[in-house]
Design a protein around this ligand. Structure first.
Ligand code: WT7
Length: 660
């Protein structure tokens, strides 16, 4: 049975325990339904109330949702606030300055605790350092850093001075970094000498230097460097400046720059169906509201919780569930530099035990890889650790297969902790469909129901609703505060990608296929309907990988598809035609490895194809269109049962089926 079939046949239901329901933010399904009904009755009133309760406004808003310039919606537009003030000052002012904000654990295990008071001072110092270098409201700052206190400080400092940040994941190549620096028009870059992962040092500053040398980003006047390892770096004075030296000269107070609610808080690049990543632009007010609110609801967050989201700040999960959401609530959270398998596969469980983590949020890929390790070695099995502090478990980024869900629930959560499977996207800012731990009966493999206020639905290709039980296209029918505002520098692409005319121009198109259960209306996500792959919870555009391959001088043509993978969810398979005769045997292995390394250099190691197959040609129709559905079958190793009558060169299938 495929993963999706097994979800659709899943009949195990886990109702919330009396304990989980008692005292929950949303306790019982009636409470959930009442909130949903409230939102339907008075949409503006529903959101306005949350925004007033959850955030501190310098200037209160009088307007809520403005749809005049749809689909360029605005929320709370005349209100003013500052995200960093909401995340730091207001907790210190309320007397919680001594509360631990961050419990940082480094790759090697050293632990640093940072209070709200400390964090505020560090953010102020760095904000002042940015200002001293001329960075001002509206300027863009790119952040290319490891997981670190400094990474959070850099993001918050940008927010403090109203300079939108664009964080680039530390695993991206110099070329990817360059493209983002150019597209966003950065004036400053914050990076580190090196990054430590699994005991190995990786040269971030060197990659950043390469990216800057590629040109197009001459506007970058300052490069702040966090001294992580003390490893050797090339120095370009006066452009380069050590982050600690810069901060040491500055005052530890810095008045927040009050910005309108619609002021862009950040731009985060993500893959779409064309070769060029999109800069997803988020607002300050609506985004921050949802970052905080979803933690209260989905994780039923309480002030006594120790929260741990294992994502990297280079992805949206790290933005919303590390840098902004938990801090906006005044939460205590763990921030982790390393990887789940170093020094051994028990690292996560060891850290949960050590820091008494109560809410744990990770990706299905991590769970699946840890299952394998734990089942092979009792020493690193979760049952060898005291995980009794856990209260709630979450997953994100990709579908979770019921087997992994059950293992997580039983072995990690001791069958006590609700598992919340959260569906959302870079574009949605925060959770969209997820169970409420004190209310929603859980079904493994289903993200269950939309959060209060979220009008998710399933439609056909013309935008008409489809009945439950029938699969279709996942959409959101009404704008919500945390939705993206535009694609940076490309409003047309925003309209086309997310509000396509084919669906009537008013529905937000998520890009996923989904089906709702006949009885419960629960959503199950069936994966992307566009040319986007999901590998280990990371979004990769097939066209991006194809352009990377074709830019190699020996490659004539390339087509990339996904194939299901037990650990990473999907794996990248590349079909390649060379400008020279089709290689075989050892030669093919050697060239496949070269091309994998090439893609790693062009985009980043996450995009490396798992499988590279060479052909004399690709399967094409008479009009020259590549038949991707055939490639997908070939990649899976399926026999071709589809109609191939429109195929011009059927003999090619046999060649490509053979693999390397
Ligand atoms: C895509 C968004 C959400 C933050 C991390 C990824 C897939 C996400 C789930 C889930 C099934 C999921 C979708 C979505 N996805 N969460 N719980 N179940 N699929 O953000 O990189 O923007 O990717 O990830 O396909 O469209 P992203």
């Amino acid at each position: 049975m495929s993963a999706i079939e097994s979800v659709l046949h899943e009949s195990r239901v886990f109702a919330p325990s009396a304990e989980a329901a008692a005292g929950a933010a949303i306790s019982g399904m009636d409470a959930y339904r009442a909130l949903m009904a409230e939102a339907e009755r008075d949409y503006d009133g529903f959101w306005a109330k949350l925004a007033r309760e959850t955030l501190s406004w310098r200037k209160p808003f009088s307007k809520v949702l403005d749809e005049t310039n749809a689909p360029f919606y605005t929320w709370f537009e005349d209100g003013e606030l500052n995200a960093s003030h909401n995340c730091l000052d207001r907790h210190v002012e309320a007397g919680n300055g001594d509360r631990t904000a961050l419990i940082f654990e480094a790759d090697g295990g050293e632990v640093t605790r940072v209070t709200y008071q400390d964090l505020l001072q560090r953010v102020c110092r760095f904000a002042n350092a940015l200002k001293r270098r001329g960075v001002k409201k509206g300027d863009r700052v790119v952040i290319y850093m490891p997981m670190s206190v400094e990474g959070v400080v850099a993001m918050q400092a940008c927010a403090r001075i109203g300079a939108p940040h664009s964080v680039v994941f530390g695993g991206f190549s110099s070329k990817s970094l360059n493209e983002r620096l150019v597209d966003v028009g950065a004036v400053a870059l914050v990076t580190a000498d090196e990054q430590m992962r699994g005991g190995k040092a990786l040269p971030l500053k060197r990659i950043a230097d390469e990216a800057l040398a590629m040109g197009g980003c001459e506007a970058v006047q300052s490069v702040f460097v966090y001294r992580r390892t003390g490893g050797e770096v090339e120095w370009h004075a006066p452009r380069d400046i050590w982050m600690d030296e810069a901060a040491a000269q500055e005052a530890d107070t810095c008045a927040p720059e009050w910005v309108g609610a619609e002021h862009p808080l950040f731009v985060l690049y993500t893959s779409g169906s064309t070769g060029k990543p999109k800069g997803v632009q988020h607002s300050t007010g609506g985004y921050l509201l949802w970052a905080a609110q979803t933690i209260k609801w989905t994780f039923d967050w309480k002030p006594s919780d120790v929260f741990w989201c294992t994502a990297d700040i280079g992805w949206v999960t790290g933005h919303t569930y590390i840098t902004y959401g938990p801090l906006a609530l005044g939460a205590t959270q763990v921030v982790f530099e390393g990887v789940p398998t170093y020094p051994d596969g028990g690292r996560f469980w060891n850290m949960i035990e050590k820091h008494k983590v109560s809410v744990f949020y990770t990706a299905p890929t991590a769970i699946r890889s840890l299952i394998k390790i734990a089942e092979a070695d009792a020493k690193v099995h979760p049952r060898s650790y005291d995980l009794s502090s856990l209260r709630i478990l979450g997953t994100v980024g990709e579908p979770i297969n019921p087997e992994a869900w059950i293992w997580y629930h039983e072995q990690v959560g001791g069958s006590r902790c609700p598992v919340v499977d959260t569906w959302w996207q870079t574009e949605t800012g925060g959770h969209m469909i997820a169970p409420m731990p004190g209310a929603t009966p859980l079904v493994p493999g289903s993200c269950t129901l939309p959060l209060p206020g979220i009008m998710a639905a399933i439609v056909d290709e013309t935008g008409q609703d489809v009945p439950n039980g029938q699969g279709g296209i996942l959409v959101v029918k009404r704008p919500w505060p945390a939705m993206l505002r535009t694609v940076w520098g490309d409003p047309e692409r925003y309209k086309k990608s997310y509000f396509p005319a084919e669906l009537g121009g008013k529905l937000y198109l998520a890009g996923d296929g989904s089906v709702r259960d006949k009885e419960t209306g629960y959503f199950t996500i069936m994966g992307r309907i566009d040319d986007v792959l999901n590998v280990s919870g990371h979004r990769l555009g097939t066209m991006e990988i194809e352009s990377a391959l074709v830019s190699n001088p020996i490659v004539a043509e390339a087509a990339v598809v996904g194939r299901p993978d037990d650990t990473t969810g999907e794996a990248v398979v590349a079909f390649v035609v060379l400008k020279r005769p089709r290689p075989e045997g050892e030669e093919a292995v050697k060239l496949a490895n070269e091309l994998r390394a090439w893609v790693g250099k062009e985009i980043g190691p996450i995009a490396k194809p798992k499988d590279v197959r060479f052909g004399d040609n690709l399967p094409k129709t008479r009009s020259g269109k590549i038949m991707r559905r055939l490639l997908r079958s070939l990649a899976k190793g399926e026999e071709i049962t589809q109609d191939v009558s429109t195929l011009e060169n059927p003999a090619i299938l046999e060649q490509l089926a053979q693999g390397r």
